[in-house]
Design a protein around this ligand. Structure first.
Ligand code: DGJ
Length: 708
């Protein structure tokens, strides 16, 4: 791993074990991209590219457009591809041409300073090699030392040039209840735009993530894949563009649809990070790199390997109809079902028997919770259960004391009516006083009620946006400030990142998320796809929801699915129960208890496993996911099928990633070598509807060699 600068050639290189990223300063001071891809070990491997670092010649006509591949795309003449930066200067001049003005290298961080040739605009490009991973975090900072403000109309985190080629793009998109649907298609001479302009969430329409593989040739295990993830939880935009000459550029950053930033001496702009990576091991290699990043760098160390408690959540069975009596009556039942954490979801606040009241007034309803939430918390703790609470701190109902006291805290356009969604309005979290209110409210709730778990929800998008065009950016920064405060002040508190399901399942929230509400859709047939999309990007231990063992028929599709299949689906992630246990006969509770017990036997393996996609739910009715522990000690194979026709459930699954001489023992006590599991495979017989199973193989001390 190294970051280097070759003075003579004015060449910057970032090298990791498998990847090289290079750019150079041209004779005229332009920062020109040279190469991004598999590692180039030779000292002279880039010489030819350096020789061709031509600037545009003024004799050139329309037969050539881009002659220079800008490392951070601004307004170099005749570069018509997506730019990353668009400033407007005080005299009305639009756009900038940037020239190299210096750099510094501090360990794994490279900062390159660029300046406009005339106007006092400084751009610092930052490249951080994320050790020990093959990833680079890029971001940009825009400053001025002039006296006049510079208006930014666009300022993305990065533009990334790929080697000229035909690429297939993979990205994940959807909607509430349908998150992370895989999209895959070849990019032609066009610009693909993945954006979200909904204000306070990132991932409901498009996860801020993109992958490209040359010629569409990558498989799960082989081939080169470029990928990038934006660390941002608000309005975002990713583009992938190919021009006639097969130049391909990817850009990523804060959405520019309603963006403006006035840069002054004491008001610079700093973009969120865009983390880019490259692998020659196909899409599994990509997922592995993303998991390693999360385990090694994003998640708090003490959490990364810890199994998550099994949750009982009140939302699916009771919605707003919660009270102390019900909660307390539930506790022995949920303990019998094996749950370890009771989450009191929406509905506990003053007057919140539907969605018209309660948001903003974060006090328990005195009629329904006469002894306060502390009584429920104490009852949980007395029974050895953890206690968690649902909140939606960014929001307010019109019918609330908070709104009456602070109507000015709500995002509004003075001359237009307020538009509610789910009968609520967003507070302007960009305002320090609103952040303070959220912090004080949460501190009080956590401390007074000895919370072990907090589920932070968010259930609407922006409509009125006010006059401050910096607000959408500052809103997300405000959100992070509140989450950071909670994380620091209550390090043992578990945090669930929920935004109407997976609306904020993004890389910006990951440092704060112990669990993500993957989706509000718990229909097992849909879950197979949702989970596959989710675990392509995030480890399965984060995959939560309000109830994997959920009501049947399912609320979204009306599908009735047998218990065993629903439970099996639940076992693939962070297990939770969300059915009315007060109405469940004891045998039913015992049945849930058994499934939960089975889950607990291997959940610590799940917490440390990569997920390899042996059969994709996107391509057929059988999903097969191999959970391979990082240390190779355990392999769990989940196979789920539905609507099977023509015997398509008779398959052989060849496992991946196992050392050939290791011996693995299955639950019947039989051993097979890693070589046999990967080459000969495991025969599977699924039949009809909702058939599935789980096979566990644990590594033996002995190896094939010992038995010879
Ligand atoms: C949306 C969330 O995704 C659900 O899990 C639930 O908490 C409801 N909001 C409550 O209003």
């Amino acid at each position: 791993m190294s970051v280097s600068f070759d003075e003579k050639r004015r060449l910057f290189r970032l090298d990791t074990a498998n990847m090289t990223y290079a750019f150079a300063v041209s004779a005229a001071g332009l920062l020109c991209h040279l190469y991004f891809g598999g590692r180039l070990p030779g000292k002279n491997d880039l010489d030819a590219d350096l020789e061709n670092l031509s600037e545009r010649r003024d004799t050139e006509g329309v037969s050539r457009e881009i002659t220079v591949r800008q490392e951070y795309a601004a307004q170099e003449p005749f570069d018509f591809m997506q730019d990353a930066l668009f400033p407007v200067f005080f005299d009305g001049t639009r756009g900038t041409r940037l020239r190299y003005a210096g750099h510094e290298i501090q360990g794994d961080i490279l900062r390159v300073l660029l300046r406009d040739g005339y106007y006092p605009l400084r751009v610092t490009l930052e490249y951080e090699l994320l050790e020990p991973l093959c990833l680079i975090r890029r971001k940009a900072k825009i400053e001025t030392d002039g006296t006049e403000a510079i208006r930014l109309e666009r300022c993305f985190s990065a533009s990334v040039e790929l080697p000229a080629d035909d690429y297939r793009v993979t990205h994940y998109s959807g909607h509430w209840g349908a998150e992370y649907r895989r999209n895959r298609r070849m990019l032609g001479q066009e610009k693909l735009v993945l954006d979200n302009s909904r204000g306070l969430c990132s991932a409901h329409q498009h996860v801020p993530f993109i992958a490209l593989d040359a010629d569409g040739a990558a498989t799960e295990e082989t081939g080169s894949v470029y990928f990038g993830a934006l660390e941002w939880s608000g309005e975002m935009k990713l583009t992938a563009e190919q021009d006639f000459f097969r130049h391909v550029r990817v850009t990523a950053g804060v959405d520019d649809r309603d963006f403006e930033w006035m840069v002054t001496k004491d008001h610079p702009f700093e973009t969120p990070g865009f983390v880019i990576g490259f692998t020659e091991n196909g899409f599994s290699g990509m997922s592995k790199a993303l998991y390693d990043w999360q385990w090694e760098l994003l998640m708090p160390k003490e959490r990364a390997a810890k199994p998550f408690p099994v949750i009982y959540n009140s939302w699916y069975p009771y919605e707003f109809a919660v009270d102390e009596g019900k909660c307390v009556a539930l506790l022995p039942k949920l303990a019998a079902a094996g749950a370890e954490l009771f989450v009191l979801d929406d509905g506990w606040m003053e007057g919140r028997t539907n969605d018209s009241r309660g948001l903003g007034d974060w006090y328990a309803d005195e009629k329904r919770f006469p002894h306060g939430l502390k009584a429920v918390s104490d009852a949980c703790h007395e029974q050895g259960l953890l206690f968690g609470l649902w909140v939606e701190p960014e929001m307010v109902n019109l019918k609330s004391c908070l709104y009456a006291e602070h109507p000015d805290w709500v995002l509004r356009d003075e001359n237009r009516p307020l538009t509610t969604m789910r009968r609520q309005l967003p507070l302007d979290l960009a305002l320090p006083e609103v952040q303070r209110f959220c912090i004080e409210t949460l501190d009080r709730l956590i401390e007074e009620n000895e919370l072990d778990y907090l589920k932070w929800d968010m259930n609407r998008y922006f409509s009125e946006r006010g006059t401050d065009r910096e607000m959408p950016f500052l809103y997300v920064r405000g959100l992070y400030a509140v989450w950071r405060h909670i994380r620091r002040k209550f390090p043992r508190l578990l945090l669930e990142n929920c935004a109407s399901g997976g609306g904020r399942a993004d890389f910006g929230m990951l440092p704060f998320s112990d669990r993500i509400n993957r989706s509000d859709n718990a229909d097992p047939v849909d879950v197979m796809r949702l989970h596959e999309g989710f675990t392509t990007l995030y480890p399965p231990m984060l995959a939560g929801g309000a109830g994997n063992i959920s009501p049947c028929p399912n609320g979204i599709n009306g599908r009735e699915v047998p218990f065993a299949f629903r439970a099996l689906c639940g076992m693939t992630g962070s297990m939770s129960i969300g059915i009315d246990l007060l109405k469940c006969p004891d045998e039913e509770i015992a049945r849930i208890g058994k499934a939960v017990e089975r889950y607990k036997e291997y959940r610590s393996d799940i917490a440390q496993s990569y997920v390899l996609r042996l059969r994709s739910a996107e391509e057929g009715n059988v999903t097969a996911l191999e959970y391979l522990r990082r240390d190779g000690e355990t392999v769990i194979l989940f196979v789920l099928g539905h609507g099977l026709r023509y015997g398509e459930g008779n398959i052989t699954l060849r496992l991946r990633g196992l050392p050939e001489n290791a011996l693995y023992r299955d639950e019947d006590g039989k051993t097979l070598s890693g070589g046999a599991l990967t080459r000969k495979g495991v025969p599977i017989r699924l039949r009809g509807d909702y058939d599935g199973g789980m096979l566990i193989f644990r590594k033996e001390r002995a190896t094939c060699m010992d038995l010879k």
